[in-house]
Ligand binder design. Structure first.
Ligand code: KG4
Ligand code: ZN
Length: 337
C-alpha cells in the first residue's frame, strides 16, 4: 500500500510517501524555527500562515522525491490532533481535497500514535515487542503510555504543567539563549558540571508516573534573579545542572513505568530525545535494570509525516476510513480520556 502522510500539528510542515507501512520513499520536513525564533516560542497564527504557504510545495516535493504520481496513492493519512487547531486544519484540508479529487481513502491519525509507530520505520533500531511502554517527550508533550498493541493505549503519566521541551525553551529564553532552547542548552552543558547546582527533581510521589517541570523552571528563574544571568563556566554549570534534573526525572519515571507494567521494553521519541545526555541516561538505566530501549534516529524522533503515514497505513489496512467531514481535534488523547 502506497500512502501519503501529512503532518502540520505544530511548526513543521511535513509530507512523506510510505510503501508497505515501513519503506520510506520520501520524508520532507519544512521547519518554521526561523519564523518563530524572534518570539521565543511557536506563535500559532504565524504557524498556520506558514503551513498554508508551504503545504502544497512540501507535498509536491514528497511526491517528486518518491517518484510517485498522485493517482498512484492508495491512501492519505493526516494528523487529526492533538496540536494547534489552525495548524492542524491546513494539513487536514489539504488531505481532504486530495482524497476528494482522487477518490483515495482518507484516515485521520493521532500525532502521538505516529510517534509510537516511528521505530517501525527505523533501519537501525530493531522492532520493539507489541507490548511496551512509550515515553514521548517534546515541546508539547511529556507522556508515559502503556502500549498493549497497535491502537490499544493506556495513559500512565503526563506532565501536570510544562512539557520537558517547553522547560528547555523557557529556561533558554530566561538565559537569553534563543529558540529552540534544547540544542543550545545541550551544547553549553557539555562544558558544565551537572552536579554544580542542585535543582529540584519534582517526583510528585515515587509510585506516581506524572511529571512536573514548572518548579524546576522557577528554581532556575530564582537562581538567575539571585545571581544574575551567568556567563562562561557558570553558564555551562547551570545548563548542565538543569539538563541533569530533567534527565533524572525522565529516567526515574520511565524506569518505574517499565517495572510496574511488567514489560521489558521502552520506546522513546520526541524532540527532547535529540539530547545525547538524556539518551545516555536512558541507556544506562536500561542496561542497569535490564529492559530494552528503542530510540529511532533523530529525523524519526522529531515531528515528521512518515510516522503519520505508518500509523495511517495500519488503520487503512484494518479498513478504517475517515469521512470527508473530518475535523481537527486539537485536544485528542490516546486513550479517549
Ligand atoms: O518533537 P519536536 O521536534 O516538536 C514538538 O514539540 O512537537 O520537539 C521540539 C522540542 C523543543 O522544545 C526543543 O527545545 C526540544 O524539543 N529539543 C531538545 C533538543 N533538541 C530539541 N531538547 C533537549 N535537547 C536537545 N538537543
Ligand atoms: Zn510530536
Amino acid at each position: 500500500m502506497l500512502v501519503l502522510g501529512i503532518e502540520t500539528s505544530c511548526d513543521e510542515t511535513a509530507a512523506a510517501v510510505l510503501f508497505a507501512g515501513k519503506q520510506i520513499c520520501s520524508n520532507v520536513v519544512s521547519s518554521q524555527v526561523a519564523i518563530h525564533r524572534p518570539y521565543g516560542g511557536v506563535v500559532p497564527e504565524l504557524a498556520s500562515r506558514q503551513h498554508i504557504q508551504n503545504i502544497v510545495p512540501v507535498i509536491q516535493q514528497a511526491l517528486d522525491e518518491a517518484g510517485v504520481q498522485l493517482h498512484a496513492l492508495e491512501g492519505i493519512s493526516v494528523t487529526q490532533g492533538p496540536g494547534l487547531v489552525g495548524a492542524l486544519l491546513v494539513g487536514i484540508q489539504a488531505a481532504k481535497s486530495l482524497a476528494f479529487v482522487l477518490g483515495t481513502p482518507l484516515v485521520g491519525v493521532n500525532h502521538l500514535e505516529g510517534h509510537i509507530c516511528a521505530p517501525q520505520l527505523s533501519t537501525t533500531v530493531e522492532q520493539p515487542p507489541h507490548r511496551h511502554v512509550a515515553l514521548l517527550v517534546s515541546g508539547g508533550h511529556t507522556l508515559l503510555v502503556m502500549v498493549e498493541g497497535f491502537g490499544r493505549y493506556r495513559l500512565l503519566g503526563r506532565s501536570r504543567d510544562d512539557a520537558a521541551g517547553e522547560a528547555f525553551d523557557k529556561v533558554a529564553k530566561l538565559l537569553d539563549l534563543g529558540y529552540p532552547g534544547g540544542p543550545v542548552i545541550e551544547q553549553l552543558a557539555v562544558e558544565g558540571d551537572g552536579a554544580a547546582i542542585r535543582f529540584p527533581r519534582a517526583l510528585p510521589r515515587k509510585d506516581e508516573l506524572d511529571f512536573s517541570f514548572s518548579g524546576l523552571k522557577t528554581a532556575v528563574a530564582n537562581h538567575v534573579r539571585k545571581h544574575g544571568v551567568p556567563k562562561g563556566t557558570e553558564l555551562g554549570d547551570l545548563c548542565a545542572s538543569f539538563q541533569q534534573a530533567i534527565a533524572d526525572v525522565l529516567v526515574r519515571k520511565a524506569s518505574r513505568a517499565v517495572q510496574t507494567s511488567r514489560t521489558c521494553a521502552l520506546v522513546a521519541g520526541g524532540g527532547v530525545l535529540a539530547n545525547g545526555a538524556i539518551r545516555n541516561a536512558l541507556n544506562r538505566a536500561a542496561a542497569k535494570e535490564g529492559f530494552a530501549l528503542f530510540v529511532p534516529e533523530l529525523e524519526l524522533c522529531t515531528d515528521n509525516a512518515a510516522m503519520i503515514a505508518a500509523a495511517g497505513t495500519r488503520r487503512l489496512q484494518a479498513g478504517e476510513h475517515s469521512p470527508l467531514e473530518m475535523n481537527a481535534l486539537p485536544r485528542l488523547s490516546l486513550d479517549g480520556c
